[in-house]
Design a protein around this ligand. Structure first.
Ligand SMILES: N=c1c2ncn([C@@H]3O[C@H](COP(=O)(O)OP(=O)(O)OP(=O)(O)O)[C@@H](O)[C@H]3O)c2ncn1[C@@H]1O[C@H](COP(=O)(O)O)[C@@H](O)[C@H]1O
Length: 118
């Protein structure tokens, strides 16, 4: 699975300074961070709508609604990865952070954050 992220990261890196006429990734970088973040915002909203659709779907719409949520999630992941790439980061940095969090309860982590801020 992570192999997919590795392959995508390789493509994203190759397209970082590619031809914007022939590459969507290159065109995003060329249009700049604000455009990339606009896409992240759009895709986030689309993911939320797709999740609500799936929750409300009856049996006849279930399969299509599941597929839609998967696609919207892929779009959001993709544009998040383009954001990271634009700023010199990548999926490995995020995976390392998730790895670090294994065994740390989300509730405990939240409590320690508010203790530190006092
Ligand atoms: N995984 C993706 C991927 N996921 C989504 N998208 C594109 O993201 C865009 C988002 O959808 P929208 O409908 O919002 O796009 P749009 O309305 O055309 O965009 P704007 O006009 O708003 O900019 C679509 O054009 C999708 O094709 C992707 N484009 C590229 N990749 C990967 O990146 C590789 C390099 O792509 P290019 O740089 O285009 O060669 C591809 O081979 C893929 O592996």
């Amino acid at each position: 699975m992570n192999d997919t992220l590795e392959r995508l990261a390789q493509v994203l890196s190759e397209r970082r300074h590619g031809d914007a006429q022939s590459s969507y990734v290159a065109s995003l970088h060329q249009r700049g961070l604000n455009k990339i973040l606009e896409k992240v915002g759009e895709e986030s909203t689309e993911l939320i709508l797709a999740a609500k659709e799936l929750e409300a779907a009856d049996a006849s719409r279930l399969e299509g609604a599941r597929l839609e949520l998967i696609k919207e999630t892929a779009d959001l992941w993709f544009h998040s990865l383009v954001t990271l790439s634009h700023l010199g980061l990548g999926h490995r940095d995020v995976l390392a952070e998730l790895e670090r969090r294994f065994g740390v309860s989300g509730l405990e982590e939240k409590a320690s954050r508010s203790a530190h801020s006092q």
